[in-house]
Design a protein around this ligand. Structure first.
Ligand SMILES: NC(=O)c1ccc[n+]([C@@H]2O[C@H](COP(=O)([O-])OP(=O)(O)OC[C@H]3O[C@@H](n4cnc5c(N)ncnc54)[C@H](OP(=O)(O)O)[C@@H]3O)[C@@H](O)[C@H]2O)c1
Length: 300
């Protein structure tokens, strides 16, 4: 009898995200088992408990890392990788709060718009990330910076943004990448220089006003992941897909939350299938999410 695909789903939270559970089953995993309120120090034990009970080389066992904190999730994924005892192995995939696949979807959609409407990529563009201290914004900022943009993480408190930008530079980015912090209030001082706005603020909070769009004379693309009205960017509809942004003085295009959500969904599904179908262990993070989001966007 063929052995089932078993996904051990760990989270620091009280509950797993039902979204992630549905996604895993729909991608073909046969059994999904929740482990809740998990601490980082418990991950090695869970991994080693999972690997020794299945035949070496089977590769039909996975760990999904959920939770909310992207840095903790990366640490857990790294522990998962280090806890292998070949030939007893397991695959891992982290997507805390959907942040890795959502950020990847946003970046892939912005790249598509930059290419289509302006024949550009992220290289040397000025990018601001509103809500950049949240899980989605932080990872979107890292992915834009690693693609060559000069990126600012924005939030209500500059010190918090500075601290996070420095942490991400050290932890995830190579030399030569540019990532700094600034406050939402500082935006008016550089709004005229900004090429791309990534809005990833909390649900139902508008962070870019009609007036900001008038002042943003170089703005090319504004993308927003908040699907709860009002949108994070004035005039941007959740369904909008790389179409002219109402109120933009520079002819920018807008990408709304549902257009990004479609790519997020596809990227997460492809990552779960990649884990299920791989003959060797794989460990998938936000860089893999971006690769598969790009693949999906360019296949349409
Ligand atoms: N489209 C999709 O597929 C998808 C998937 C997942 C999530 N989402 C959406 O993506 C967005 C980001 O998610 P997230 O979990 O990263 O967000 P989050 O942590 O809830 O919020 C992001 C940031 O928004 C800022 N913020 C919170 N309350 C605010 C307020 N009252 N006024 C101004 N700023 C405020 C905070 O930054 P500071 O405290 O530093 O100011 C916070 O770090 C959300 O809107 C979420 O619903 C979309």
């Amino acid at each position: 009898m063929s052995k089932p695909l078993i996904m051990h789903m760990i989270t620091t939270a009280k509950n797993l995200s039902p979204f992630d559970v549905n996604m895993a089953y729909d991608a073909g995993w046969d059994k999904c088992v929740p482990y809740t309120s998990i601490e980082t120090k418990e991950v090695e034990g869970i991994v080693q408990d999972a690997i020794f009970s299945r035949p070496p080389g089977l590769n039909k066992t996975g760990i999904f890392v959920g939770g909310r904190d992207p840095h903790e999730a990366i640490e857990m994924l790294n522990i998962c990788k280090k806890s292998q005892v070949p030939p007893f192995t397991i695959s891992g995939f982290a997507d805390p709060s959907g942040a890795f696949t959502t950020a990847a979807g946003m970046i892939a959609k912005v790249e598509e718009s930059l290419k289509k409407h302006f024949d550009k990529n992220f290289k040397d563009l000025s990018v601001v990330v509103f809500g950049g201290t949240g899980p989605v914004g932080c990872i979107a900022a890292v992915l834009a910076a690693s693609s060559g943009a000069n990126v600012k993480i924005l939030g209500r408190k500059k010190e918090k943004c500075d601290e996070l930008a420095n942490y991400c530079l050290e932890k995830y980015l190579s030399e030569g990448c540019t990532l700094v912090g600034a406050s939402n209030d500082d935006f008016k001082n550089f709004v005229s220089e900004v090429d791309v706005v990534l809005a990833s603020g909390a649900a139902g909070i508008q962070l870019v006003s009609e007036n900001d769009l008038k002042e943003a004379k170089k703005l090319k693309v504004a993308a927003d992941v908040n699907a709860v009205p009002p949108s994070g960017v004035s005039g941007l509809d959740a369904m909008q897909d790389s179409k002219e942004l109402n109120g933009s003085s520079s002819g920018a295009v807008g990408i709304g939350a549902l257009a990004i959500g479609q790519v997020k969904y596809q990227a997460q599904s492809k990552l779960l299938k990649k884990m299920a179908n791989s003959e060797k262990p794989v460990f998938l993070d936000f860089n893999d999410a971006l690769e598969l989001a790009r693949e999906y966007v360019s296949s349409k």
